[in-house]
Design a protein around this ligand. Structure first.
Ligand code: NAD
Length: 436
């Protein structure tokens, strides 16, 4: 079994961290990382030749830092989480909150069946109500036809599950029908199977309704494919000493501050957008590290957050039994471990292997847990000493690099700016000049 607690990871060199990673996975029941897996991260994994087959007009590659979030325990299992992200503080924040959550039993996460929705827009229909009922009369036949499009998916237990018909009464082109095909895509993200199934059904739908099937495409509002995660943070774990070394924040104070911060997001879309962005800091980083489509996840998350007609928080934070802090997150999670870039990107394959996930649902459960941890990291900082204090020292390093610092100068210039509380590129350049 993997041990996700590696002490001193933060202070190790890159090589030491890679060695520790391989060691953390070396156990009788684990799947140890191979040198090829580790080198996929050292080199970025993808060759320009492979990239040339993925998109158009390729001229090269674009890299991102890949960090490992520690301390995660999801459904009783330790997991080391790969995160690809350019923003400082995210990996550290997730790791620290996972440590606090661990004290309360870690994260408990579940998923629905991996059901995606394919949409068909049926226009030029003479009688919408009649056509809707006719489609339901042919539901079994339509589902059995859709079921045949992907024998591989069928073999793994996937296939067409349901058909729903909606009437849009009023639109800029008047009324039309929307047919939803509900498709179980198992361990795939599923866009290809669903789009193919919709295209296959279109002629039959036209014959049944007398209309014309216009669009045939997956919906990214994947509200049938939900991941849920929850955690309990013992209130005593929330106590901490501020970065100034003077102010101590009591556990109850931090808990109530986090709950009040959540209430702001629950009630106000302007705050909810930033609150959910914090969740997506964690979610997207794992989605990208595993080669999944983060635009699909982003689109689904925000559409789901607005499903009541008012944009709101994807998470909740409240007081539980014994005064502990309880957090929950619920969001669509259309990720796969088969197909798309996951299959062709060696670093994405290594990421899936590192987490030891065998199904897309397991991956979705880990991602939701990371989103919840990341959300709490931001709320804890905002509800106490503010986000900038913790963020600044990491941000200062980026500013130092941007000012031209290299090697030891990066830390020295960054430290000086933090002491001065002036983290700006012009000041970094001055400090660097002085030091040289
Ligand atoms: P894919 O078609 O490459 O692979 C999925 C296929 O793998 C399945 O259809 C099945 O035939 C096979 N398979 C083998 N083992 C399986 C298992 N255990 N479970 C399920 N399937 C298994 O992959 P995909 O998931 O359709 O690809 C998704 C990609 O499509 C994403 O990367 C996305 O960028 C892109 N896309 C997205 C949208 C959108 O979000 N609106 C639209 C079009 C395309």
């Amino acid at each position: 079994m993997t041990n996700s607690r590696i002490s001193g990871f933060y202070n190790m060199t890159l090589d030491e961290r890679r060695a520790q990673l391989a060691e953390a996975l070396l156990s009788p029941s684990g799947a140890p990382l191979t040198p090829e897996d580790l080198s996929a991260w050292t080199t970025g994994g993808l060759s320009p030749e492979a990239a040339n087959h993925m998109i158009e007009n390729v001229i090269g590659l674009h890299s991102l830092p890949l960090g490992i979030a520690l301390n995660f325990q999801v459904n009783g299992r330790d997991v080391l989480v790969p995160m690809a992200i350019e923003e400082p503080s995210v990996v550290a924040g997730a790791s620290f909150m996972a440590k606090l959550a661990r004290a309360g039993g870690g994260f408990t996460a579940t998923t629905t069946d991996p059901l995606m929705i394919g949409q068909m827009q049926v226009i030029n229909v003479a009688n919408l109500h009649e056509a809707k009922l006719k489609l339901y009369e042919h539901k079994a036949e339509l589902l059995s036809e859709a079921d045949t499009i992907d024998p591989v998916l069928k073999k793994f237990g996937g296939g067409a599950r349901d058909l729903e018909v909606r009437i849009i009464e009023d639109s800029p082109i008047g009324g039309f029908l929307v047919v939803h095909l509900i498709y179980d895509v198992r361990d795939a993200m599923g866009a290809n199977a669903v789009n193919t199934a919709c295209e296959r059904l279109a002629p039959r739908v036209e014959a049944i309704t007398g209309g014309k099937v216009h669009l045939r495409i997956l919906s990214n509002l994947a509200d049938r494919r939900i991941a849920r995660a929850r955690c309990t943070i013992p209130v005593k774990e929330l106590e901490f000493m501020g970065a100034d070394g003077v102010r101590t924040y009591a556990g109850e104070e931090v808990r109530d501050g986090i709950i009040a911060a959540y209430a702001f997001a629950a009630a106000d879309p302007y705050r909810a957008a930033t609150h959910n962005k914090g969740i997506m800091n964690g979610v997207d980083a794992v989605v990208i590290a595993t080669g999944n489509d983060w635009r699909a996840i982003e689109a689904g998350a925000h559409a789901y957050a607005a499903r009541s007609g008012k944009y709101t928080s994807l998470s909740t934070w409240n007081m539980g039994a014994d005064g502990n802090l309880v957090g929950t997150l619920e969001m669509p999670m259309a990720v796969g471990i088969i197909g798309g870039a996951t299959k062709v990107h060696p670093a994405a394959q290594a990421a899936v292997k590192l987490m030891g996930v065998k199904t897309a649902s397991e991956l979705a459960e880990i991602i939701a847990s990371v989103g919840l941890a990341q959300n709490m990291a931001a709320l804890r900082a905002l509800a106490t000493e503010g986000i900038q204090r913790g963020h600044m020292s990491l941000h200062a390093r980026q500013v130092a690099i941007a000012a031209g610092a290299t090697g030891d100068f990066i830390e020295k210039v960054a430290a000086q700016m933090v002491v001065e509380k002036v983290v700006r590129i012009d000041r970094a350049e001055e400090i660097l000049k002085g030091m040289k």
